[in-house]
Design a protein around this ligand. Structure first.
Ligand code: FAD
Length: 385
């Protein structure tokens, strides 16, 4: 039985506790038996189901309500719960938010109306296209160009590692418009997937399969009205979006770690070794204690960052970086211990902990690798001096 005592923490309001109960109940009755063999159709199916369940309403602001805002605690609670039940469901949910975050935070009314109604209902799939072959961590040096041409821009270049690449209906794209050097010369755009010149050049396979692609933009023409925010504001927009969604990656890691602990407790209680329950072995108890400690520490960091953002902090880069760094790195260690406790069963293909072992790894790389999170934290500490 998953520990839900954290819901009593003062970071939450009663509607968050209700949300956690509701999404848990929904996940229990809607996420069993989803066939993951074809990740494209599984993801589209999950987006539709999450839309029907009303969960995607949390991923973007309501374009018809000027007071609507993203609630990071709700996003984290939903991601944590979905990740505990089904990693691909968490992925499908998360991408609807990441792919439209720039519109929620910086879009015009007409841009929001054009897309957010559809993505919040699960009728359109979204993606976030920032990384390029030569600039993943080094995003300030991205090269894909957006050149003004009359009342439009011509896009030329490549994006890679784009989640939902190949199944997305719409991409938030970051391109070099050249207002200044490096980070100062990047702008954000909204680009429908069916725009002429946007090509899915390659599908990428990873250890925990989900839709992923390399995209080529070949004289791809988009109207000037597709720009999100102001010229040269793209880097700031990307970082603001990550400031919201980084804590949610940490929440997903937390969900994976909780599942690993649940599986380990069940295994230790049910298996007998040397004539006694495995849970009597003190080294197993040591593993269980370390896992529980890592999980609570991660949860405190995740929900501190989320609460701080929801309380009106404009940027929470330090807190979100701490949450992501700690929760993802320590979920890896929790899951590794779970594999150890399961013995041979832990590495058997298709077992719950074997899946978690593959699923957690990429979270320490995307939306800023662990090393990059350390730099964000250290810079803020050093600046105080
Ligand atoms: C499964 C998956 C899904 C993804 N989805 C998306 C997506 O939807 N949209 C998108 O735009 N991108 C996406 N990415 C790309 C992801 O954001 C990049 O892979 C990530 O930023 C790292 O960039 P890179 O792969 O080019 O590695 P590099 O930038 O080459 O970095 C390699 C390693 O070097 C180390 N490193 C990097 N910088 C520093 C530094 N300053 N100091 C010390 N060490 C450092 C880190 O350990 C890092 O892992 C995804 C990646 C994966 C694996």
């Amino acid at each position: 039985m998953t520990d839900r005592s954290f819901l009593a923490w003062p970071f939450f309001e009663d509607h968050h506790r209700q949300l956690a109960d509701d999404v848990e109940e929904w996940a229990c009755s809607n996420l069993d038996g989803i066939n993951h063999e074809n990740v494209d159709s599984a993801c589209r199916d999950l987006v539709a189901r999450l839309g029907e369940g009303g969960w995607l309403l949390h991923t973007a602001i309501d374009p018809d309500n000027a007071a609507s805002r993203l609630d990071v605690r709700s996003l984290c609670l939903i991601r944590e719960t979905l990740a505990r039940h089904d990693g691909l469901a968490d992925f499908a949910f998360a991408m609807q938010g990441l792919g439209t975050g720039a519109l929620s935070l910086f879009g015009t009314e007409s841009q929001r109306r054009a897309w957010l109604g559809e993505t919040r209902q699960g009728n359109a799939v979204s993606a976030f296209a920032l990384s390029e072959p030569k600039s993943g961590s080094d995003v300030a040096n991205l090269e894909l160009s957006a050149t003004p041409d009359g009342d439009s821009y011509l896009l030329n270049g490549e994006k890679t590692w784009i989640s939902n690449g190949g199944i997305a209906d719409v991409y938030t794209l970051f391109a070099r418009t050249g207002e200044g050097p490096g980070a100062k010369g990047i702008s954000a755009f909204i680009v429908p997937a069916n725009t002429k010149g946007l090509l899915i050049a390659e599908r990428l396979e990873v250890i925990a399969p989900h839709p992923l692609a390399r995209l080529v933009f070949d004289s791809c023409r988009i109207p000037a009205s597709a720009m999100i925010g102001m010229p040269g504001q793209g880097f700031r927009i990307a970082m603001s979006v990550l400031d919201v969604f980084r804590s949610t990656v940490a929440a997903a890691a937390l969900g994976f770690a909780r599942k690993a602990l649940d599986e380990s407790v069940a295994r230790a209680n049910s298996r007998h070794l040397f004539g006694a329950p495995m849970s009597d072995l003190q080294m197993v108890q040591g593993h269980i204690a370390d896992m529980a400690l890592d999980i609570d520490a991660a949860a405190l960091l995740v929900y501190r960052a989320a609460w701080l953002k929801d309380s009106g902090a404009e940027r929470v880069s330090r807190e979100a970086a701490m949450a992501k760094l700690f929760a993802t790195d320590h979920a890896q260690s929790v899951i590794d211990k779970a594999v150890q406790i399961h013995g041979g069963e832990g590495v058997r293909k298709g077992s719950a902990v074997e899946r978690l072992y593959r699923e957690i790894r990429a979270l320490r790389i995307y939306e800023g690798a662990s090393d990059v999170q350390k730099i964000i934290i250290a810079r803020q500490e050093l600046a105080r001096g």
